[in-house]
Design a protein around this ligand. Sequence first.
Ligand SMILES: [Ca+2]
Ligand SMILES: [Ca+2]
Ligand SMILES: [Ca+2]
Length: 272
Amino acid sequence: MRSNLACVPAVPFAVGVAWASTPWAVEVRSYDPGSTAAPGYTDPAAALGEPSRFTGKRSGFPGVVSMFNPAFESDQIVSIGEGGHLTLRLDRPALDSPGNRFGVDLVVFGNAGFIDVGFPAGQIGAGAPMFGLGQARLELSADGVSFVAWGVFTEGLFPTVGYLDADPFQGSPGLVASDFLRPMDPGLTRGAFAGLTHAQALALYDGSGGGTPIDQARAGLSAARYVRIGVEDDGDPGTSLKVEIDAVAVVPAPAGGLAMVMLAAVGARRRR
Ligand SMILES: [Ca+2]
Ligand SMILES: [Ca+2]
Ligand SMILES: [Ca+2]
């Protein structure tokens, strides 16, 4: 009798891994707070798991995470100061899939926000003033040993949004969660938010939970399992550079896109 198994097309092992895993960072490989990390925000485990939707419970200022009210609890974000770094292992590899929305494969969530010039209604000012912005160097790796430079990203665009139906400083969770795996359009600039109301800005989010969109094609890497975020020591004691990290998300590659990535990888191997 002919086995039915012979008729089943070979499914790449990675597909099974992707289905069984989460889209978040699951392990801290190394952490150095550097010289200027925010005091008290030095627990790197705060960067594991999904981004924060609600904040301030422990501090007595409960509120939804919104573009005006970023996460601020010490168990939600970890700070990286000058000369410091954070290396995380992702539960599943981020794939440079051509099917990914806007080509974005990874999203880094920080804790920057827009200044509410109409507090507490949620009004972005002219010029879209922000707070908590930081710059960090991003490196990616498939094996956790050799890292490839991606470049410098700005923590801040786009501020994290936990709920699509909540007021900016609502003291109880919303009912409609944003989608942390739906990347923002990297072509949107800070200027596009200038002068917008909360509702108008949310329309630009288009269901997304925000975060900094990363296309790993820029690093020339088809699959990334490790992320290293570092802050340069600028040698100036008068500055205190830092970034805060809430979470890193892997954008799920569409099934067709995953096959294309694998075919491309096989093709590249053959051409060598
Ligand atoms: Ca990509
Ligand atoms: Ca400095
Ligand atoms: Ca977190």
